[in-house]
Design a protein around this ligand. Structure first.
Ligand code: MD3
Ligand code: FE
Length: 221
């Protein structure tokens, strides 16, 4: 899919600086789409991570992940020696994950609608924090029950090189830089594509300091 198609100002808000890129069938990158929401979203991020702190999960293989994670919403993604799964409870606090903050949900739904997925009702938001050196190896997101719903991802802070492959681990990957304020919607046949994030480079961003924060909104149950 080398035929990138960029269109400016498709979003109604005439002063929106967002640009739309079609990455693959069902996959749309909305550059700068979250910029107007950043302040409210980062404030909600700080509040929710007080209740459900960022932590480094251990994979079933026994490796501690370099990306720090937490969740909000009904369902939270967790990993330990027993496997990957979604759980209603935070294993650290033993209590339900914090409710999805209103600015998170509003942004996710606005982006899904802009990409053609009206009526998106995420019940989970996985929050990832990358510091320089952190990476996410190539994987598929397939612990959700319903693959008809897209995944919406929001990138904040330091830029990262995102790797986007095909339905087989060995398929060729595209490399796409994800910047502060970018939102991507992964639906259709792209929903089950292999993807990952290359090692985060050193840097400082005015919104987040020395890290990248990624929010992924999912329909799990
Ligand atoms: C394509 N997160 O949390 S966001 C993840 O930047 C994850 O933190 C990365 O992969 C991050 O699972 C990538 C972009 C993304 C998220 C989910 C996808 C792309 C996707 C699911 C299917 C296909
Ligand atoms: Fe993923």
């Amino acid at each position: 899919m080398t035929d990138f198609n960029a269109t400016r100002d498709l979003f109604g808000a005439s002063d929106s600086p967002a640009t739309r890129l079609d990455i693959a069938p069902g996959a749309v990158l909305l550059r700068g789409f979250a910029l107007e929401d950043v302040q409210a979203v980062l404030e909600a991020f700080h509040t929710m991570t007080l209740a459900a702190p960022l932590r480094h999960f251990v994979t079933p293989g026994g490796q501690t992940m370099s990306v720090a994670m937490t969740n909000c919403g009904e369902a939270g993604w967790v990993s330990d020696r027993r496997g990957y799964r979604y759980d209603r409870l935070d294993p650290i606090t033993g209590t339900p994950w914090p409710a999805m903050p209103a600015p998170f949900l509003a942004l996710a739904q606005r982006a899904a609608r802009a990409a053609g997925f009206d009526g998106f009702k995420p019940d989970a938001c996985l929050v990832n924090r990358y510091v320089p050196g952190a990476r996410l190896t190539l994987h598929q997101d397939k612990n959700e029950r319903d693959f008809r719903a897209p995944i919406v991802s929001v990138s904040l802070g330091l830029p990262a090189k995102f790797l986007f492959g095909g339905l087989e681990r060995t398929d060729k990957t595209q490399r796409i830089m994800l910047h502060h304020g970018d939102v991507a919607v992964w639906g259709g046949v792209s929903r089950l594509a292999f993807h990952g994030v290359d090692t985060l480079k050193d840097g400082v961003h005015s919104a987040t300091g020395n890290c990248r924060i990624n929010l992924t909104f999912r329909k799990v149950w």
